[in-house]
Design a protein around this ligand. Structure first.
Ligand SMILES: [Zn+2]
Length: 442
């Protein structure tokens, strides 16, 4: 056994206080702000599951070793158990009622939820426009849109939706659950964008819950529990009612998590990301057709220079397919720039949320033992099935050590000692609740 400085000091003091010295002594361990002790985090997220996200973006990301998060509408994939449907009374009954009772703020939500499933052309547009009005706080306008819709339905002014012709050839690159599982194995995250992409602010409770619950159940069944942490309610809604329900079901909600230690700046708001007083700052940036490569590079450079920043990129279309499509050339150049920046931790939306929440709910203690090893115990108070990401620890060690074996749960890795002045420490990964971590120096 190597004699550490501390043990040598104990021997010099003699036997009278030996028992006090042989008891373990606290040493300092801190949890790094970001995994691998990086200076900032970046999550690359995609909405709507359009085909070029898998045909174009995934190959670029796989080549560069970057993981992405894909918010998908679970009900649109072939073979899904839960697809779009109205939860409530028979729709004919609701239509009948609109003939005599005007739409008001009480019956609005049921009528709006049912409107999407009335088989006439443009039904979803009426519903979505009503959702925009609710999001903007204009309830009377939203009621007027739904009132107008049902008037037209009753008067036969909207053409019926014809049954789809069979044998329509699907795009071979269209997303399937097999591809979802394959991309998950490659390191990407799949997450809920609800069952059918509704404007949640205009739905009643029963239909909000159907969209939240069934997209979650489908992801659990098809992919597994790690795919059930993240969600985005469509259209980036900030509606308190819908977002409140969604937060209860999804710990990583891109619309907003409502955490006092996470300051969230949402896309479309020209706020500065420099908020040094907050533990973490999430900074969302939507990549639009008009966004330049230089502007995108500036976002990641700012992120790497600010210790508390988490940049969340929001991407929809690529190469002409999907909303506000960016070009694959810009995407390739930008992702290459990100991958080359060693200051950044690039991780899925779910993993960055895991890291932040685990760290904020963690307890860590570390002691030097009589045999010279350091024993570290790390735990957090969250659900271990969902919050299973290792945290990055930095523990002070004997300055005479050069390398340290880090052992936890039967696995050992060797790390080099880092130094600054008289201080020496090691940086390593440890799983909260994964058993004692033992550091043995050489
Ligand atoms: Zn969307």
């Amino acid at each position: 056994m190597k004699t550490s400085t501390f043990a040598g000091f104990c021997l010099a003091l003699g036997a009278t206080i030996f028992s006090a010295c042989s008891a373990s002594t606290e040493v300092k361990t801190e949890i790094a702000k970001w995994q691998y002790d990086k200076q900032g985090a970046v999550s690359i997220t995609y909405d709507d599951g359009t085909v070029n996200q898998f045909r174009v973006a995934v190959p670029i990301m796989n080549r560069l070793g970057l993981p992405g998060t894909f918010f998908i509408n679970t009900g649109t994939l072939p073979g899904s158990e839960w697809t779009g449907r109205f939860i409530g009374r028979p729709i004919e009954e609701i239509i009948e009622e609109t003939k005599t009772i005007p739409t008001d703020t009480v019956n609005f939500y049921e009528r709006a939820s049912a409107a999407r499933y009335v088989p006439v052309k443009g039904a979803n547009d009426y519903f979505t426009n009503a959702g925009i009005e609710i999001d903007a706080g204009r309830k009377a306008e939203a009621c007027a849109i739904i009132e107008d819709f049902y008037k037209k339905v009753v008067n036969g002014q909207l053409p019926p939706v014809l049954p789809r012709k069979g044998n329509a050839k699907a795009d071979p690159d269209e997303l399937t659950w097999d591809k979802v599982r394959q991309h998950t194995a490659e390191g990407h995250e799949f997450a809920s964008h609800m069952v059918t992409h509704p404007y949640m602010s205009a739905l009643d409770e029963a239909n909000i819950h159907y969209e939240l619950d069934k997209s979650r159940e489908e992801l659990l069944k098809q992919v597994g529990i790690r795919a059930t942490i993240s969600a985005e309610c469509p259209y980036g809604t900030g509606d308190g009612r819908a977002v409140g329900y969604a937060q209860k079901e999804y710990p990583a909600l891109r619309n907003g998590m409502g955490l006092d230690y996470l300051y969230e700046i949402h896309r479309g708001v020209g706020e500065s990301p420099v908020k040094p007083e907050c533990e973490y700052v999430q900074w969302q940036r939507g990549i639009l057709t008009a966004t330049s490569l230089d502007e995108m590079k500036e976002w990641t450079d700012v992120t790497a220079g600010q210790q508390n920043l988490w940049l969340v990129l929001v991407i929809h279309g690529i190469d002409g397919i999907g909303w506000e499509a960016m070009t694959s050339a810009d995407m390739d150049a930008y992702f290459t720039h990100i991958a080359a920046d060693n200051r950044l931790w690039v991780a899925t939306f779910g993993d960055v949320t895991r890291y932040i929440k685990e760290r904020m709910h963690a307890t860590v203690t570390s002691q030097r033992k009589g045999d010279g090893t350091v024993s570290v115990s790390l735990d957090h108070s969250l659900d271990k099935a969902l919050f299973d990401l290792p945290l990055t620890l930095k523990t002070d060690v004997d300055p005479q050590w050069n390398t340290v074996d880090v052992a936890q749960g039967g696995k050992t890795t060797t790390v080099s000692v880092e130094r600054e002045g008289n201080r020496a420490w090691v940086t390593y990964q440890a799983l909260p609740g994964g058993g004692e971590v033992v550091l043995t120096g050489k």
